[in-house]
Every structure is written in C-alpha cells, then in structure tokens.
Design a protein around this ligand. Structure first.
Ligand code: UD1
Length: 456
C-alpha cells in the first residue's frame, strides 16, 4: 500500500505545501469508504471461506487493520483496491497491543472472534484524539449475548459463559446509537443462537454496508438502517464478493473545499442520499447542488453563514464538522457550530484563528464571525478531520501554508493531494531527504499515479 514504510517515522518527516487562493475545477473520483472497509475486514473473520473486498481505499488505517488480521493467521492478497481474504487458518484469537495501538477499529475484531471461536483477547482501542471514546456499549451488549468479559491492564478478555459453544440471541437497547457498538453487536449476533434485536441502533450507511455484506454471506439481518435491527443467528457464514460503498466523508470534504473557494466540481461515484445533510447545508450557505445519478456537481457562490449541529446519521456528520468550520470562517456573517458527538473535536479552531479567523470557542460550540481573508501559515494537523480542515484553509488562504502531521491525513484520505492537484490546486508533498528517498513515496503525491475518472 502506498502509505506504508518500514521507517515508521516517515510521515513525521513529510508535509504538504499549499499555494493558496486557488480554485478547484473538474471531476474527482471518490474512493471506497474507510469506515466501511475497516469493519468489513473484521467481518471477514466470521467465515472460513474466501471474501473478496472491492473498492478498498489504500490508507494507513486499512493497512494496519490488514496487518492485525494477518497476525491472527489470515491470508490477504492485495491487488490495487481489491483484497482477497482467507480466514480459514486462524490460529490466534488475541490481538497484540503494538498492532492495535492507534486504530480504534481494531476493536471490531472482538465480535467476530468471540462468536466464531468462543474467545477473544483485544487491547482497549486507540484512534483519533477527539475525546474519551468509551466502549461500554460494546461490552454491555456482548455480555447480554452471553459473554464473560474481564478488563485487566487495558486488555479486554472475552469468552462465552459456561459450557455453551455459541452466543445466545437477546434484546439489547443501546444507551446511545454508537456506530462501533452497533457493528460489534451485529457481527457477534450473526453467529449467535436465536434472535437478537438491537434497539436505538446507529443508522449510518457503513452499518447498512456491513449488513449487506453479512447477508450475502448467509446472515439473516433485517431492517439495517432503521433504529431497531433484527438478527436471526445462523450457525455458519460463507464467502462472498462485496464492493465497499463510496466514502461520504471524503465526498463531503471535496464539496466543502469547492464551496470554500467558490469553485465548480463534480464528485463521483457517490450515493447522494448519504450526503443529504451536507448538501442541504451547502445549499443553504449559497452553493448550487445538482444531483445526477451517482454524481454531485457543486457550483460555489458567495458564502452565507449557516449554523450546524452534528448528529448521528441522517444528521450532519461529526466527521465533516472541522471542514465545515473552515468554510464558515470565511462566510458572510455569523454562525454557530455545535459538536454533539465527541467532546474534544475542536482542535482546528485555534489554528484557524492563527490564520486570521475569528472564532470563539465555548466548550463544544464554535461561534464564528466570518472574515474576508485568512493567511497562509505553517501548521500541524492533530487529528484526521482537522487536518483536512487545515488543508482547505491553506487552499483559501493568502500566501503559502505548510501542513504537517500527515500521519493523520493519510489514515483517512486516499491520494488526497493527487486528487486536489487534478482539480488544479498547487500542492506538493515535501520530504525530509535526510531520512527518506523521495521515490519511495512518489505514488501518493503524483496525479499520474491515479486513474482519471468519468462522472457517471
Ligand atoms: C465511528 C467512526 C467515526 C465517526 C463516529 C461517529 C469508524 C471506524 N469510526 O466511530 O469516524 O466519527 O463513528 O459517526 O467507523 N460511545 C459510548 N459508549 C460506547 C461507544 C460510543 O458512550 O461504547 C459514545 C462515544 O463516546 C461518542 C458517541 O458514542 O460520544 C459516538 O461514538 P461511536 O458512534 O461509537 O463512534 P465510533 O464507532 O468510535
């Protein structure tokens, strides 16, 4: 995969140089959804048969997850954006701390390992530094399904209680509609004995993608995408081929970048209704949105201030809050951005202020007075989505900006700067030649390395 090196410090020696006040123009292809691909990789542990995952984005998070699976004994063959996964020879049911560190999605493995093998040992997950990110909903749900769980020294040890060989279907009501907990419990329940109902389930498109793949594998899951999901456990799941859905967060990031520069671009392929909350807000803020099949065209205009409040799907996604804050920083008027999902997801605000934005932060609420201009600066991204917000800010700003901390960006955006280059942005990845040879990473920065696409 493009982002991987034996030299683990390589990303710290890279930065993106952006020449500001550019416009975007053209068509950009949207990659497969990172958050879907991660959970689908975990779901492939549920069968001994071959799973072929198509449209998998080439990202460091995906590579980490693939390595976790390999460590369990899974064979993975990689061909461009396709992964062929063979889980028939799993010998270990324990995830080592060194591999899961920093990848929250690694915790997804607990559900499949527990329900298929009756045991799992998984370290507490890491992930972006955006809040405390508890796992109580995962744990309580698994216990309700008949697991015995002990947490000792940050390691979660789970097995099936008593002399039973399968988890037992039950009724679970989540306290909050956690995406990760819904996914963990769906995977665990799909091989449990009897019926499980999950109430107050998350309704994110990635959950529907997971259920679609599991149903192709022979699971019996009904009403995914609704608040109450029903799963009739089966004793065995089989292999399948599945194409990961387009990444709605990457898509939304490009739309926001176009709106912020009053540009016109087309993104494709997308599933437009996955982006409805975002396109509605972009329209309210002055952009013209045209939906045609699986593509969305945005024609940016003068930017009007609008308020947003993040919410579980189908509400405005927390993952696009930071990029939207950048847009509002240069909007005409005042706006209020309220983050309701994660308590520590405003890392970008003080950096935008350094660039000349006028944002007052009161806990999880950003009160923004739009300014006419912001200026380029050298900045360090501190989490995935705030890094994307800073890159958009660099594109808008007067002068040049240098964004480092690319280890966050490369976790979640496939070929981001190459795609921006294709759209006309002057952006280059700079390498510290003392520690690395440029050619080692050429593919992640060069538009000629990624195919060109047509909007459908
Ligand atoms: C997933 C996404 C992430 C996205 C988030 C919300 C992946 C790999 N990541 O994260 O990009 O920002 O959904 O859309 O898919 N909570 C609890 N107890 C739990 C679990 C969660 O209280 O056991 C709380 C969290 O602290 C948070 C809220 O529920 O406040 C939402 O978290 P959750 O939906 O679980 O997010 P993730 O699955 O971690």
């Amino acid at each position: 995969m493009i982002c991987v090196s034996k030299n683990k410090s390589y990303l710290k020696s890279q930065n993106l140089k952006i020449f500001g006040q550019c416009k975007l123009n053209g068509i950009v292809e949207i990659s497969g959804a990172k958050n879907s691909a991660l959970v689908l990789l975990a779901a492939s542990l549920l069968t001994n048969e071959r799973i072929v995952l198509q449209n998998v984005p080439r990202l460091t998070d995906i590579e980490k997850m693939a390595n976790i699976l390999r460590n369990l004994g899974v064979k993975i063959i990689e061909k461009n954006n396709e992964l062929e996964i063979d889980s028939q020879n799993i010998s270990i049911k324990e995830l080592p701390y060194e591999l899961v560190n920093g990848l929250r999605a690694s915790f997804f493995c607990i559900g499949p390992l527990l329900s298929k093998f009756g045991e799992a040992t998984v370290p507490l997950p890491g992930g972006c530094n955006i809040g405390s990110r508890p796992i109580d909903e995962h744990i309580n749900g698994l216990k309700a399904l008949g697991a015995k769980i002990i947490i000792e020294e940050e390691i979660v040890k789970a097995n099936i209680k008593g002399d039973k060989s399968r988890l037992i279907g039950t009724h679970i009501k989540l306290k909050c509609p956690s995406v990760g907990a819904t996914e963990t419990l769906i995977m665990a329940a799909s091989l449990a004995k009897g019926r499980t109902t999950i109430e107050n389930a998350a309704r994110e498109p990635e959950i529907q993608d997971l259920c679609q793949m599991l149903n192709k594998m022979g699971a019996k899951i009904y009403d995914s995408g609704k608040e109450k999901i029903i799963i009739d456990g089966v004793s065995k799941l089989c292999g399948c081929t599945h194409k990961v859905i387009p990444d709605r967060i990457e898509a939304g990031t490009f739309l926001i970048a176009a709106a912020a520069t009053s540009s016109s671009i087309t993104i494709s392929p997308v599933i437009p209704n996955h982006l409805e909350a975002v396109t509605n807000k972009l329209q309210e803020s002055g952009s013209k949105i045209t939906i045609k099949g699986n593509s969305i065209t945005i024609n940016g205009n003068k930017i009007k201030s609008v308020d947003i409040e993040t919410a579980p799907f189908p509400g405005f996604p927390t993952d696009l809050q930071a990029p939207f804050t950048t847009l509002m920083a240069i909007a005409n008027g005042e706006s209020k951005i309220t983050e309701t999902i994660f308590e520590n997801r405003m890392n970008h605000v003080h950096l935008l202020n350094k660039m000349g934005a006028n944002i007052k932060l009161n806990k999880n609420i950003a009160n923004i007075k739009g300014v006419k201009k912001i200026k380029g600066m050298d900045l360090v991204g501190s989490d995935l989505r705030s890094s994307a917000a800073l890159i958009i800010a660099g594109i808008i700003a007067e002068g040049t900006s240098t964004i480092s901390g690319l280890e966050h960006l490369d976790r979640g955006y496939e070929n981001f700067e190459s795609k921006l280059k294709i759209l006309g942005i002057k952006i280059t990845r700079e390498f510290n030649k003392k520690t690395l040879k440029n050619k080692e990473f050429k593919t992640s920065s060069d538009p000629s390395d990624i195919p060109r696409y047509k909007a459908a």
